[in-house]
Ligand binder design. Structure first.
Ligand SMILES: NCC(=O)N[C@H]1[C@@H](O)[C@H](n2cnc3c(N)ncnc32)O[C@@H]1CO
Length: 143
């Protein structure tokens, strides 16, 4: 999985057209002081508890470091050329959302899978406000 973390003063997303047969309810939303997780599920990623806990731990660690009051899991199919199939990708992201929600003290949101979406983001711009990660199921985290 490849992820881009943006610590945003404000983040809003607006669902547009469907982009996949596999999709969630089309719910738009917004969050303030949010760690936004643009997440691309890659071929070989699995909805395995250990793999997801490792990712969730890093997300929450960064959220606490930057003092974010919310986290947004944002399905984003643009950070890798080795995409997982939509069915697997949706399952991995929904399970990641559940793990993060169970362990983070603040609000956790998930933008809907399977749509084109408009979004507005105001990045804080401090040194930890833009980070990227690559996670592999065997547990190796590559910064
Ligand atoms: N910008 C808007 C968008 O990306 N829309 C994407 C994601 O919401 C989702 N999606 C499909 N495959 C994946 C994947 N491998 N990882 C994450 N999301 C995925 O399905 C949409 C069409 O590709």
């Amino acid at each position: 999985m490849r992820v881009l973390y943006i610590h945003a003063e404000r983040f809003t997303w607006d669902v547009k057209d469907p982009a996949s047969d596999i999709r969630d309810e089309p719910i738009s939303g917004k969050a303030n002081n949010a760690l936004v997780i643009f997440a691309t599920v890659e071929r070989g990623d699995i909805p395995d508890e250990g793999f997801l806990r490792q990712i969730a731990r890093d997300i929450i660690d960064v959220a606490n470091k930057v003092k974010a009051s919310s986290i947004v899991i944002y399905p984003y199919a643009h950070l890798s050329s080795e995409l997982a199939r939509p069915y697997v990708a949706r399952e991995v992201l929904n399970k990641l959302y559940e793990v993060v929600k169970s362990e983070f003290h603040g609000e956790v949101y998930k933008a809907p899978f399977g749509y084109y979406k408009a979004f507005e983001i105001k990045c804080f711009g401090h040194p930890l406000s833009e980070l990227s990660r690559s996670f592999k199921p065997e547990g190796a985290k590559v910064e």
